[in-house]
Design a protein around this ligand. Structure first.
Ligand code: ADP
Ligand code: ZN
Length: 763
């Protein structure tokens, strides 16, 4: 990570100044996306005054050599002219601001909260394709000048020139030279003459050359259902918030299949009736093609944003959205920055999903950004989930959020029956089957009744461990210090953290023992086993290995929906928001995979995963069944998930977290250090953490600091890592310490550190 330059958002220069009480100067605050980040004040020269607005890019001189560099204007203000030494802005790069005043305010907030320079935040808010003007070209356009309105001048023109000029005036809009040539049937020479004599002037404008062809499904018109009583009550609360024209946050806690999406859609209809637009945030759009088409079928103009859009596509949608042509924007976390002109409502579906947190700089959480954006725009935010995050649930319980619940499934369909299978009793030999007898029996029964089965195993690959039975050596990644996973396709072993790949060894690389063992179950091996047990049942595997090609999710899911496949197995990507009425059985192969992670959220994540995947069954007329294979059936997270007991789980888990001040009771920040020389990284980490400790002591702040210590992944992509955790109930004090660290820490060569505010990833 590059060095941070901290300080006031608008620091005052300590340059010499003279006071001239009358004169004023127009200045712009400019930030850069690389060091030095600014902000710096620049004088707006007369020829650019009235043109430069906050949110535009400018070219300015920087440093001793006056190197020319592009920056972003954060604000414009009139200064008393006592700072004669301000350097001037050289050029303005945009005709209109890249983002609205409210979005800029959001940028400022993110910059402060996440401790990331504003220039870097802007580059996360405004997509690269938009900044590059992807899919556009510079077009020269012609328009008549003032002189062309004077009859006396015009009447003296030669006939052809006069005709041409009249055509341009009649067009009532600027024309490209070739358009005018065709319209007036004239030569280039005629136009040239008119420009030389000052009747026509030319200017350039960027025009879109890209047109999106994707206008969405809009095929089937699904009738709007009569709402259930629960849905109506929930909707009334949201309507109340919309009508108040104020900001509030509403937690819509609805069990799986309770009809949350219908509530969202009717809330959006109300929003549109105020001529406002809505943003719907979803975890990952490619995993939820159903959600996408439900919105596209209901509303006239929907823009669907997704992570693999090309630059021109993204730019096209951005412009469409800014122009107000789009009613509803549906997309992943970055869609919270969609430039809708009059925002009316934001919905964040599956609010507990960790994919709302960005794992690169700026490491923002879309939920918290959404809270801030809806606050700035004074509109409601709806957070929906069957398994709300404890942070959100706690705030709702305390009354900071409104709480509405849909405790029943649509049509009073029962919640599926969930049973655990104790793997300590129903022993599964590592080399035999990963499917216990009861699970096999249920699968057989459901398939014979023409039902469908979903199997969840949260590990991809074939074997998750390659070990020598003779010397005990475990094959690890040389760059990451993590065990390698065997992949049967291609007979290779690879690292899931950095993609390091080698051919699978026959012999132990250490002691040459012939007969190295592959153990630990991955989805590839599960697929093989299921095929062997159910050779006649068509099946599909869904994990990031099989889903690499664009469109593969859609294909796999539509095959399953149509009943062409009977068994769908995969990693957590099959646990999300899918609505297939014929799924009568869900099997969780190993509920413990996420349970024993070194992460204080491990129980919560396990509870969420089981509850969500269980929610994929029993959504039609027939009842569903869920079987959870586990080594710890008595674990509270697993017990609660089996009883569909969110409230019981949440209360117990909150009790566990309170004494440690873990979120939601305290705020967390994590500092990650890395570099190629382990000792140097450790020393640097010790230095920074030591400084943090003394700052805490000096200010007498109540901030607990753990570490520095080795994180669960001590080496990643050839870099040694250390981390430290800071916990507090005084987030302001924590921020002050971190700011001071950033301002005073000099990075040694070869070492990087980054600060993760409200971290989710603890590895
Ligand atoms: P959730 O998002 O809470 O899991 P969904 O919104 O997917 O639930 O709703 C589950 C199913 O119930 C969907 O097929 C939806 O079309 C249907 N549904 C929603 N509301 C109603 C209603 N009031 N009457 C009948 N069916 C409904
Ligand atoms: Zn690796």
């Amino acid at each position: 990570m590059s060095e941070h330059r901290q300080g006031e958002l608008f620091p005052s220069d300590e340059a010499p100044w003279e006071i001239d009480a009358q004169a004023t100067v127009l200045a712009a605050h400019v930030v850069f996306s690389e060091a030095p980040f600014g902000p710096y004040s620049y004088r707006i020269p007369d020829e650019l005054s009235g043109k430069i607005q906050a949110g535009m890019r400018v070219i300015v001189p920087l440093g001793k050599g006056d190197r020319e560099i592009t920056g972003y204007t954060l604000g414009v203000e009139t200064l008393k002219q006592y700072r004669q030494n301000l350097k001037p802005i050289l050029q303005c790069c945009d005709d209109s601001p890249l983002c609205s005043p409210n979005l800029l305010e959001l940028v400022r907030w993110m910059s402060k909260y996440y401790l990331v320079p504003a220039g870097q935040v802007i580059e996360a808010v405004v997509p690269a394709g938009v900044r590059a003007g992807a899919g556009t070209r510079n077009q020269t356009l012609l328009r008549p000048t003032e002189k062309a309105t004077e009859d006396s001048f015009v009447s003296s023109l030669p006939v052809k020139q006069k005709q041409t000029l009249v055509q341009l005036i009649l067009a009532n809009e600027p024309l490209a030279p070739e358009q005018l040539r065709t319209l007036a049937n004239c030569s280039d020479g005629v136009i040239k003459k008119l420009r030389e004599t000052g009747f026509i002037e030319s200017f350039t404008e960027r025009v879109m050359t890209f047109e999106s062809s994707d206008s969405g499904p809009q095929d089937e018109k699904i009738p709007i259902p009569a709402l259930t009583v629960d849905q109506r009550v929930a909707l009334q609360t949201i309507f109340g918030a919309l009508d108040s024209q104020k900001h509030s946050t509403i937690l819509l806690h609805g069990v799986t299949g309770s009809g949350k999406t219908e509530v969202y859609m009717q809330a959006i209809e109300r929003t549109l009736s105020f001529s406002r637009q809505a943003i719907v945030l979803v975890p990952e759009i490619s995993l939820t093609p159903q959600t996408r088409s439900r919105f596209q079928n209901r509303f006239k103009s929907v823009a669907v944003l997704h992570s693999n859009m090309t630059g021109p596509e993204r730019h096209f949608q951005w412009r469409r959205i800014s122009s107000g042509d789009v009613q509803v924007v549906v997309g992943p976390r970055s869609a919270i920055f969609a430039p809708v002109p009059t925002l009316g409502l934001v919905i964040l579906d599956e609010e507990h999903e960790t994919s709302f947190k960005q794992d690169t700089i700026p490491r923002y959480h879309a939920r918290d950004v959404a809270i801030h954006r809806t606050f700035l725009e004074q509109v409601p935010l709806v957070l929906g989930s069957a398994t709300p995050s404890l942070e959100t649930y706690h705030r709702a319980k305390k009354g900071a959020y409104q709480y509405v619940s849909l405790p029943r499934r649509i049509l009073n369909r029962p919640m599926p029956e969930v049973r655990t299978i104790d793997l300590r009793v129903n022993r599964i030999d590592a080399n035999q089957s990963s499917l216990s007898k009861p699970l096999l029996q249920s699968m057989r029964r459901v398939l014979s009744e023409d039902g469908q089965v979903i199997l969840l195993l949260n590990r991809r690959g074939f074997s998750t461990r390659v070990q020598c039975p003779s010397c005990g050596f475990v094959l690890g990644c040389p760059d990451c210090d993590m065990p390698l996973t065997f992949h049967r396709d291609g007979n290779k072993v690879m690292c899931h953290y950095c993609d390091y790949t080698i051919a699978a060894p026959q012999h132990c690389p250490k002691c040459s023992f012939d007969g190295i063992r592959f153990s630990g179950l991955g989805t590839q091996r599960l697929e093989l086993e299921v095929q062997a047990s159910f050779p006649d049942a068509p099946m599909a595997r869904m994990d990031s290995d099989t889903m690499r090609k664009p469109g593969s999710h859609e294909r796999t899911l539509s095959d399953f929906r149509a009943g062409r496949t009977k068994i769908l197995l995969g990693t957590q990507m099959i646990a999300k928001g899918l609505d297939f009425p014929n799924v009568l059985l869900v099997g969780v192969i190993q509920a413990d995979t996420t349970l024993h992670f070194p992460d204080f959220r491990a129980s919560e994540k396990t509870f969420q995963l089981i509850t969500q995947v269980a929610g994929r069954t029993g959504r039609g007329d027939k009842a569903g069944e869920v079987l959870v294979q586990t080594f710890s059936p008595e674990h509270p997270a697993i017990l609660a998930a089996c009883q569909h007991d969110f409230l019981g789980f949440a209360d117990l888990e909150l009790q566990h977290r309170e004494p440690f001040e873990y979120p939601p009771y305290g705020s967390l920040a994590r500092i990650i250090f890395r570099g190629e020389a382990q000792e140097q990284v450790e020393q640097f980490a010790e230095g920074v953490v030591g400084k943090a400790r003394s700052l805490v002591a000096k200010h007498n702040s109540k901030v607990r600091i753990l570490g520095p210590s080795l994180p669960p992944i001590p080496k990643l992509r050839g870099h040694y890592r250390y981390h430290a955790m800071m916990i507090t109930q005084q987030p302001g004090a924590l921020h002050a310490v971190l700011q001071e660290i950033q301002a005073t820490t000099k990075l040694p060569e070869g070492i990087l550190y980054l600060i993760d505010i409200d971290p989710i990833d603890m590895l």
